[in-house]
Design a protein around this ligand. Structure first.
Ligand code: GLP
Length: 240
């Protein structure tokens, strides 16, 4: 695991955007695994600016997202479909037929999980997977205790995750379930880039840095992966 310590959110975002850009430049038909949440927003913003300035095309890029809420429509402003359309797909010109998220609206959730795993397999796995990290160490929506060999599945969100994401729903009814790529699915990615910023992530990052795989901290599954880069700022690394 390569750890790159940066000063702050901005530096993390610039560096992460450069890494994604380099991947697409070298491999114009790359499969990017993408994350939502507040952490990668700055990365996406820099990527959009840089791609426009340097005329980098994303028309052949394919994307698969980590997760989506269950029980809200894709058109809901807080759905991950909406987040991706607004911050990534439309501004980067990623084609609708090339961008994939789990369908959290279906009543056939088990079949949807199987479909999503098959889709990733057919894409010949993810070339570069971008990850954030939850305060409790979750990746995607894989909450503590999720087996490290898990495939795409439905999860009940924990109190910690519901609290952390409540700000996005502002008193509105909040989804309590999600579909997420499993930890096993994430580990099949050829390369992984995990981003962490802010003091609320320091416990999770310190567990990851311990190098001990522990199913109570989902991100520690990455310790066994051959190609992981962590970009973390001074607050997440608890460096004064
Ligand atoms: C959400 C997402 C994760 C994300 C995490 C951290 O629960 N499902 O993919 O990494 O929260 O979010 P944030 O970056 O806003 O701290």
């Amino acid at each position: 695991m390569r750890v790159i310590a940066v000063a702050d959110y901005e530096e993390m975002s610039v560096l992460a955007a450069e890494m994604i850009e380099a991947k697409v430049r070298n491999q114009p038909d790359a499969v990017l695994g993408l994350a939502t949440g507040g952490t990668p927003l700055g990365t996406y913003r820099h990527l959009v600016e840089s791609a426009a300035a340097r005329h980098l095309s994303f028309r052949r890029v394919k994307t698969v997202n980590l997760d989506e809420y269950v029980g809200i429509p894709a058109s809901h402003p807080q759905s991950y479909h909406s987040y991706m359309k607004e911050n990534v797909f439309d501004p980067l010109g990623i084609l609708p037929e090339n961008s994939h998220l789990p369908n959290g609206e279906t009543l056939e959730l088990t079949a949807e999980c199987a479909r999503y795993d098959k889709l990733i397999q057919e894409l010949n796995s993810v070339d570069l997977q971008v990850l954030g990290i939850g305060q409790n160490g979750h990746i995607g929506f894989n909450e503590p205790g999720t087996p490290f060999n898990s495939s795409t599945h439905v999860v009940e969100l924990t109190e910690s995750t519901l609290r952390a994401n409540a700000k996005y729903f502002k008193g509105e009814k909040q989804p309590v379930q999600a579909i997420t790529m499993g930890i096993g699915t994430i580990l099949k990615s050829k390369e992984i880039l995990l981003l962490a910023s802010g003091s609320s992530k320091k416990e999770a990052i310190s567990a990851l840095m311990s190098g001990i795989r522990d199913e109570n901290v989902p991100a520690t599954a990455l310790v066994s992966h051959p190609s992981v880069t962590v970009i973390a700022d001074s607050e997440a690394l608890a460096v004064e």
